[in-house]
Design a protein around this ligand. Structure first.
Ligand SMILES: CC(C)(COP(=O)(O)OP(=O)(O)OC[C@H]1O[C@@H](n2cnc3c(N)ncnc32)[C@H](O)[C@@H]1OP(=O)(O)O)[C@@H](O)C(=O)NCCC(=O)NCCS
Length: 216
């Protein structure tokens, strides 16, 4: 059994839940079922795991288990009023993190397998500055995967505030030992060039996990 990853990456205002999508107990609410009608089995499993984890975590904040978590046209989850969250899944692990909007403005989490990012993707995802320092490392591909995951977490975090799609070069990531800073390179909603979203990461048991939260 894998250890919980996101409890260690997020602060005390955030509730998290994680599960192997193949062994998830519980199911979708009727209105959620329609969102994956006709989808592949793997997608249904992962979507279900995300909703079940979200419901368990929201339950700890007092939200009734009858509240569906629907999806906007932009594919972002629609959280119950007064709550915010983020979901991520891979073939082997799924996680959700949620909080009250009175405590947390925005939240983003991401999971990836810790296999190296392929050179072609490294070029797409990383700015020339990021590529320069990555190529000085003994394992640029694995560290590149952390950068990729951090950008996905930041994207999910900023989206409810900016309502904007952002390309991978919209932020530049600087990595510390177990933390990261994503520096905006362009405007996005209320974010200006130079603004920073900070987060934390870990690499464990074949996974990269990244998370960021913006406080009130
Ligand atoms: C949306 C995206 C970030 C999802 O990441 P992923 O690694 O492909 O998949 P994950 O399993 O980690 O996350 C999927 C979940 O993200 C959530 N999500 C999707 N769109 C979202 C959005 N606009 N905002 C917030 N969350 C979103 C959903 O909950 C989804 O799961 P669900 O469909 O089961 O509810 C990614 O597909 C994408 O479009 N990236 C491009 C933009 C980007 O990352 N830019 C980086 C620079 S900031």
């Amino acid at each position: 059994m894998r250890h919980a990853l996101f409890r260690r990456l997020l602060g005390p205002h955030v509730e998290t839940e994680e599960v192997d999508p193949h062994t998830v107990q519980g199911g979708l609410l009727k209105s959620e079922e329609a969102l994956v009608d006709g989808a592949a089995q793997t997608r249904i499993e992962q979507f279900t795991a995300g909703r079940v984890c979200s419901r368990i975590a929201l339950g700890r904040l007092g939200v009734a288990a009858t509240k569906p978590i629907l999806r906007g046209e932009d594919r972002a989850p629609i959280w119950p009023p007064g709550f915010i969250g983020s979901i991520s899944h891979t073939d082997t692990w799924c996680a959700a993190a949620v909080a009250r909007t009175e405590d947390i403005r925005a939240l983003g989490i991401d999971l990836e397998s810790s296999t190296p990012l392929k050179e072609a993707l490294l070029k797409r995802v990383c700015t020339p500055k990021e590529r320069d320092w990555l190529h000085e490392l003994p394992t640029p591909g694995v560290t590149g995967k952390i950068v990729f995951s951090a950008k996905e977490a930041v994207y999910k975090c900023q989206y409810p505030l900016s309502n904007q799609f952002l390309g991978f070069h919209a932020v530049e990531v600087e990595l510390g030992e177990d933390s990261f800073q994503a520096v905006f390179q362009q405007e996005a909603g209320g974010f200006k060039p130079g603004d920073v979203i900070s987060g934390r990461y870990l690499v464990e048991e074949g996974l990269v996990a990244t998370a960021c939260e913006l406080h009130r």
